[in-house]
Write a protein that binds this ligand. Structure first.
Ligand SMILES: [Zn+2]
Length: 214
């Protein structure tokens, strides 16, 4: 199973990726993570990426593709993989297609987890993080708690910057503008699997599995 995971910020993409990864025993490859790893390992590409990022610029597509190629060539990707965070632009989609062709990988599907913007805003705005242990809870979960259920810290809950309505809406807008063309690109190729991202983690996962088995 080879999947590209796609969805608006806050839709629970990372959580679903982890569930799929353990269910099918294939790696969850977050491009953010492999980029950080390459920088840490000081690989040739990692060094180049570091230099560019230190100037505040975005890592160019050819370097990202190189880092992805390196990761997909590892033996744990033989049975499949879940790529998360790439492609984010049509150009990246074209470059990724070239790479996958070169690697003889042709059965890639793009999973689009979609959810209504208002629902996402409501959901994220309803989260509180513990400033001591970083665990995230919903308001309902901690309704009657005066201390963190995980680390027992007192009055440690706060609304993270990323979960603030204004910040979420801004990220959604960026997502709509830059990433929706990517969706169209894969739709034209008939490679999109659409999943409704509303509902609990379990519900979304159930629907996702049902769609994948179809
Ligand atoms: Zn805590």
């Amino acid at each position: 199973m080879r999947l590209l995971l796609f969805g608006a910020p806050g839709v629970g993409k990372g959580t679903q990726a982890k569930l799929l990864s353990s269910k099918f025993n294939i790696p969850h490859i977050s491009t953010g993570d492999i980029l950080r790893q390459a920088v840490k390992d000081e690989t040739e590409l990692g060094k180049k990426a570091q230099e560019i990022m230190s100037k505040g610029d975005l890592v160019p597509d050819d370097i990202m593709i190189g880092i992805i190629k390196y990761r997909l060539s590892k033996s744990d990707c033989k049975a499949g993989f879940i790529l998360d965070g790439f492609p984010r632009t049509t150009n990246q989609a074209i470059e990724l297609d070239k790479l996958l062709n070169e690697m003889n990988i042709r059965d890639v599907k793009l999973v689009n987890i979609s959810a209504d913007e208002e629902e996402i805003v409501k959901r994220l705005n309803n989260r509180r993080a513990c400033k001591e242990c970083g665990h995230i809870f919903t308001l309902t979960e901690i309704e009657h708690s005066k201390s963190c259920p995980d680390c027992k810290a007192k009055e440690s809950f706060y609304l993270r910057e990323d979960d603030k309505e204004e910040v979420i809406r801004k990220r959604m807008e960026v997502f709509r503008k830059t990433t929706e063309p990517v969706l169209k690109y894969y739709e034209k190729k008939g490679k999109v699997i659409l999943v409704n991202g509303l509902g609990s983690v379990e519900e979304v996962n159930k629907e996702l599995l049902k769609t994948l088995y179809k």
